[in-house]
Design a binder for this molecule. Structure first.
Ligand code: TXA
Ligand code: MG
Length: 352
């Protein structure tokens, strides 16, 4: 199949209208369209069409027990899809929708099992990215969309990443430039009595606690589960975001981190090594293979570049990668959650 790539141009509404009309035609005839959101690119199909949704799993190589998020572009679409919208769910929606927050509700029968992965619940997200909203509105149906990467690889934050993974396997890519936040949405389960954080993201735990002080945190958010334990978001159990290289996180004060990574570089000098560093540390390493992820002063720059840097490790063919660790507060919780998975939980703590 040939994958058509269409680039949005917000200075040309006429062109954009034609793009969204063409994309909607693909969705309404059961096809797949990748589209930008403020978090990462999504791979969309009609969320109400089980046959179309199945094609998403095939294109990504995704296990079929891993449910998808249904994306809407108007709060009015919600009632048809879910049961029991609790008062705390309403408060969270009011505070953070549209935006990078996904909420899990009890589902109505209209949601096919392919979208919900056979669960009684369904995850819903109302993105704030304008291109995403215009695309969903043009389709006239909720759009089921996981991140538009090959299963197990870092999520795509540019149309070129989607093309690299899925060219020839999907009908269309809408290129809307790079994604603002760069990490997938925060997921909160509001289907039970107390809300529970299932996946950390740019809406931080601290922000959620201001609205829902009794929110609990699923154990998988902080670290690896023991054998037999299961995360509440099925997708959190899979290895993820892994470049081909073996990745290790080194965490401690800036000085100790740089010194430890330099001694690891010496120890591994027979391998092709890379370092994922920050603006603050980039000049301290005894190697040219330094990728700068962002500045420690603005963690949102680190979040925005994280998946791009993991992809670059493959591009440069690194065999071994050392990445600096960060404190696990505010946005750091989501950044470390993704890095730990990329590293298969291999982490050296220098200050313990
Ligand atoms: O930012 C995002 O959320 C992006 C963009 C495209 O919106 N989407 C995304 O989708 O990250 P995906 O499929 O890569 O991750 C969805 C996660 C998975 O871990 C899945 O198991 C979980 O959400 N999930 C989906 N439905 C669920 C449900 N009913 N209950 C619990 N977890 C659910
Ligand atoms: Mg994903």
């Amino acid at each position: 199949m040939e994958t058509k790539i269409l680039t949005v141009d917000n200075t040309d509404p006429q062109l954009n209208k034609a793009i969204f009309t063409e994309a909607a035609k693909v969705i309404n005839t059961g096809g797949l369209v990748a589209f930008p959101t403020e978090t990462v690119y999504g791979l969309g199909a009609n969320a109400l069409d089980g046959t179309a949704v199945k094609k998403i799993y095939e294109a990504k190589g995704r296990p079929s027990d891993n449910p998808l998020i249904a994306h809407i572009s108007d709060i009015k679409q919600l009632d048809a899809l879910v049961k029991d919208i609790s008062p705390v769910a309403q408060k969270l929606m009011k505070a953070f929708w549209p935006g990078p927050l996904t909420l899990v509700f009890m589902k109505k029968d209209i949601i096919p099992k392919e979208t919900s992965g056979g669960l009684d619940t369904v995850a819903i997200r109302f993105p704030e990215n304008r291109t995403a909203q215009q695309f969903i509105t043009a389709c006239g149906v909720p759009i089921a969309a996981p991140s538009a990467n090959t299963s197990g690889k870092p999520s795509p934050t540019r149309a070129s990443h989607v093309e690299f993974d899925l060219n020839g396997k999907i009908d269309m890519i809408i290129d809307g430039g790079s994604c603002e936040f760069g990490l997938e949405s925060t997921i909160v389960d509001v289907s039970g009595d107390t809300p529970c954080l299932l996946r950390p993201g740019s809406i931080t735990l601290e922000m959620l606690k201001e609205i829902a002080p009794d929110i609990t945190v699923d154990k998988v958010v902080l670290g690896r589960l023991n054998d037999g334990e299961r995360p509440k978001a099925p997708g959190m159990k899979y290895t993820h975001y892994s470049p081909d290289a073996s990745v290790t996180i080194i965490r401690g004060s800036v000085e100790k981190t740089v010194a430890e990574i330099n001694s690891l570089l010496e120890e591994h000098k027979a391998e092709k090594c890379g370092v994922i560093a920050t603006e603050e540390t980039k000049d301290g390493y005894n190697t040219k293979n330094v990728l700068v992820i962002g500045t420690r002063k603005h963690p949102e720059t680190i979040a925005a570049n994280l998946f791009k840097m993991l992809r670059k490790c493959d591009f440069y063919g690194y065999e071994t990668v050392f990445v600096e660790g960060f404190p696990e507060s505010e946005l750091g919780l989501a950044i470390m959650n993704r890095l730990k998975k990329a590293a298969g939980y291999s982490i050296i703590e220098l200050d313990k």
